[in-house]
Design a protein. Structure first.
Length: 481
């Protein structure tokens, strides 16, 4: 059984404990997200109109979502005029079936695949393997993840949970001509040699889409490695899988959204490769696919459209900024979330795709509601509000454990009786100060509160009066004045 399969069998709390115990994981996360935060802050700071652009991006996506049927019809009409064939899939199973049937029709024994979280969402890697079609991941990080038999742990850097040292060992064990020097450049060259023949021999290339441009019928892909171009150009058939919310009205709107996407995702002004695919090869073209198929996937998106509590999530442009700035993600990584999408966005989307259950309810409760995710979201998605919405639904549907219900009942009892609350907090403060001892740090709390100190120390309350005591004294002084 692969490491991914074993991890999937664990519940969220077990996956979290496993992640917190992995010292290498913490090193890998810090290297990646720390750099991402620094670069994003620098380039956003150089854009004086970022707040205006952010509001414009929100308006564009809200407009598309409100007129989704119109833009779907326009995109299909223009894509067909370009020679592409548009397919609609209501569910993940239907989407996989369409892609597999297209591969079989093309006589494909192998298919190269450019990074696509939509493909991960619908389970396309497993569907291809079950159909006997060799799947070749061409994104460098996805290639690493495939060799390791794991799932992506981040939507921009799928292998961010791996250190350079671990990747080196993996390549040496898997590549026919592995690197000899322990440098990122040598390891990248090793992957390039390994993938080159597969690029040129695959019968089908499968990509995702960062944006679908309605007025031209074009599909936009964004990469820093050129693997998307190598995936979509040499094979005879190019298949695109994309969520229906990826639409933008025009090329001008696409350019606007690209500025927001790239700065938020990687902290760069523009990616190395931004390509608009507009139909298959035409007469006189020197290269390109002979066929282009675009599979537009719903998979719960129209249900989100109908649910006003979740509609805002359809604005998401999959930049990953929310998880880069999430203190929880930066402690446990992506695999602990157990779904396709980790971090704050995963806490919202996983219950949509997998249903709100005793397993998925934990994701919303893992959030500290600190609000950093909304602060950095390039389209201003109110992620903390959406996460709180899942908490409320979980409570209404009776999914909370008894300990939670009893605990909140006791808290309600105290919080609605001011004298009892003040007495309880005063006693608790004294007990916590005593437990902190001379160091002023509590290493372990008893009972249900022990979760707070399982992997961290808790500062003891400082000496002196509590906030409530200081407030009461201030009010008394005002009355006496």
């Amino acid at each position: 059984m692969s490491a991914t399969s074993q991890r999937a069998e664990l519940d969220f709390h077990a996956r979290t404990r496993e992640a917190l115990a992995d010292d290498w994981l913490k090193v890998a996360i810090d290297r990646t997200t720390g750099t991402a935060r620094t670069k994003r802050a620098a380039i956003v700071g150089q854009w004086p109109d970022f707040a205006v652009a952010r509001e414009r991006g929100r308006q564009i996506k809200d407009h598309v979502v409100a007129n989704l049927g119109h833009y779907l019809a326009e995109f299909e009409r223009n894509a067909a005029a370009n020679g592409a064939v548009v397919h609609y899939a209501a569910t993940s199973d239907e989407a996989c079936r369409i892609v597999v049937d297209l591969c079989r029709k093309a006589g494909a024994r192998s298919a190269t695949r450019s990074k696509s979280m939509l493909g991960e969402e619908i389970g396309l890697p497993h569907a291809l393997e079950a159909a006997g079609i060799e799947r070749v991941e061409t994104d460098l990080a996805e290639h690493i993840v495939q060799l390791a038999g794991e799932r992506p742990s981040h939507i921009i850097w799928p292998a961010m949970h791996k250190t350079r040292e671990q990747i080196s060992e993996l390549f040496k064990a898997s590549h026919a001509e592995p690197h000899r020097e322990e440098t990122p450049e040598a390891m990248a060259a090793s992957a390039r040699r390994h993938l080159r023949r597969r690029f040129l021999t695959a019968e089908v290339g499968i990509s995702g889409a960062n944006f679908l441009v309605a007025d031209t019928g074009s599909v936009c892909t964004v990469t820093n490695e050129g693997n998307a171009e190598m995936t979509t150009t040499p094979p005879r058939v190019h298949i695109v899988t994309a969520g229906i919310e990826k639409l933008v009205p025009s090329m001008g709107h696409a350019a606007m959204m690209l500025r927001l996407l790239v700065r938020s995702a990687t902290g760069a002004a523009l990616t190395q490769y931004t390509t608009f695919h507009t139909g298959p090869k035409r007469a006189g073209d020197l290269d390109g696919p002979e066929e282009m198929h675009i599979v537009l996937v719903d998979n719960g998106r129209t249900a989100m459209l109908a649910d006003h509590a979740l509609r805002d999530m359809l604005r998401c442009i999959r930049c990953g900024a929310c998880m880069n700035h999430c203190p929880v993600f930066n402690q446990i990584g992506g695999h602990a979330y157990g779904g396709t999408y980790p971090g704050p966005m995963g806490a919202v989307l996983t219950p949509v795709f997998d249903g709100l259950t005793e397993k998925t309810r934990d994701l919303a409760h893992a959030c500290t509601l600190n609000g950093r995710c909304r602060e950095v979201c390039p389209v201003d998605i109110p992620l903390p509000t959406l996460i709180k919405g899942w908490r409320e639904r979980s409570w209404r549907e009776g999914l909370e454990p008894r300990s939670m219900r009893y605990g909140l009942s006791l808290f309600t009892l105290a919080a609605t009786r001011p004298r009892l609350y003040r007495l309880g907090t005063a006693m608790a403060g004294r007990v916590l100060r005593f437990m902190g001892g001379r160091r002023g740090v509590i290493a372990r709390l008893p009972g249900l509160a022990g979760a707070w100190t399982l992997h961290r120390d808790m500062p003891a309350p400082p000496p002196g009066p509590t906030f409530l005591e200081r407030e009461a004294a201030r009010q008394k002084r005002e009355r006496d004045a």
